[in-house]
Write a protein that binds this ligand. Structure first.
Ligand SMILES: NC(=O)c1ccc[n+]([C@@H]2O[C@H](COP(=O)([O-])OP(=O)(O)OC[C@H]3O[C@@H](n4cnc5c(N)ncnc54)[C@H](OP(=O)(O)O)[C@@H]3O)[C@@H](O)[C@H]2O)c1
Length: 271
């Protein structure tokens, strides 16, 4: 379908990591919700399959490697130049490995895909959205963002860089939500648990035997959460007040700081 067959009112969404899993589910849902799409990934054949699967939707595939500065810049240029209604920063890799064995280039790739790319694409898209007074940014993080304090015995996944990246996404989204709210924009950190996609399989981990959420349910939660005004959307957490408790505890600690050295350090004596 040609873009020119549509009127001015068509909404445009850009989805990264649309070649499989949650990103592909976002593309399908947004396409049926009336969005035109720009879909980003490295696997051209998968993006072409998506175009073929959505014959009634304007879908523009873009092959880009978000693990590189050049790839991020190409997508950022589109985010800045197109009138996006929605940016879905979804692409991701995890590279679960012991930190001391994680190859530096894998750590660098992870940080590009999960930290630099979402940050810079949001930075590129937000000014246009703000000037139009409309738009939303969904940043896909994950429940591991809250897992930092878990002991290795309880959570043996070696996940330091990935967890740190997800925590960045949550904090970035929370602060951006506040900053962009006056312009009428919405920002969400989407925090799925374990989802039935290719994500773990790509790392050689077989989680097919454990219960997993479908990517379609994750997308349903995200879009409902956006309508509900949720900044942190956790599709599998029944008690939303737990997420509010995390935020409240963080804000309480933040508010409790003082310039005076805390007693437990003074009592320790001067080293
Ligand atoms: N599955 C889970 O259990 C789970 C749980 C919590 C959060 N998440 C998050 O959900 C998001 C989507 O993951 P998924 O579960 O749908 O896994 P997936 O099926 O493996 O999809 C990952 C997507 O990211 C894209 N991607 C990876 N590296 C990229 C790169 N360098 N440049 C461009 N695109 C890249 C992949 O496309 P190409 O390979 O074609 O480039 C693919 O479309 C990820 O950000 C992940 O952190 C997943």
């Amino acid at each position: 379908m040609n873009a020119s067959t549509h009127g001015q009112s068509r909404k445009l969404a850009l989805v990264t990591g649309a070649s499989s899993g949650i990103g592909r589910a976002f593309a399908h849902r947004l396409g049926s919700d009336g969005y035109d799409l720009i879909v980003v990934g490295r696997r051209r054949d998968r993006l072409d399959e998506l175009v073929a699967a959505l014959p009634d939707v304007v879908v523009r595939p873009l092959v880009a490697d978000l693990g590189t500065d050049v790839g991020i810049q190409v997508v950022a240029n589109l985010c800045a130049g197109e009138e996006l209604s929605l940016l879905v920063n979804n692409a991701g890799v995890a590279h679960y490995m012991p930190f001391t064995e994680l190859p530096a280039e894998k750590a660098n790739e992870l940080l590009h895909v999960k930290v630099v790319a979402p940050t810079m694409l949001a930075r590129a898209a937000a000014p246009g959205m703000a000037s139009r007074g409309a738009g939303a940014i969904i940043n896909v993080a994950g429940m591991l963002a809250f897992s930092g304090p878990a002991s290795l015995e309880k959570l043996p996944l070696r996940r330091a860089v990935y967890t740190g990246a997800l925590a960045h996404i949550v904090a970035l989204s929370q602060v951006l939500h506040e900053e962009l709210k006056p312009y009428g924009l919405r920002v969400q950190a989407l925090c799925p648990g374990v989802v039935a996609t290719e994500f773990h399989q790509r790392q050689g981990i077989d989680l097919s035997a454990i219960p997993r959420m479908s990517p379609e349910d994750v997308v349903t939660a995200s879009l409902c959460g956006l309508a509900l005004g949720e900044v942190v959307c956790a599709p599998g957490v029944e008690r939303a007040e737990l997420l509010e408790a995390v935020s409240s505890a963080g804000l309480a600690a933040f508010a409790a700081q003082a310039p005076r050295l805390a007693e437990r350090y003074r009592a320790f004596g001067v080293p």
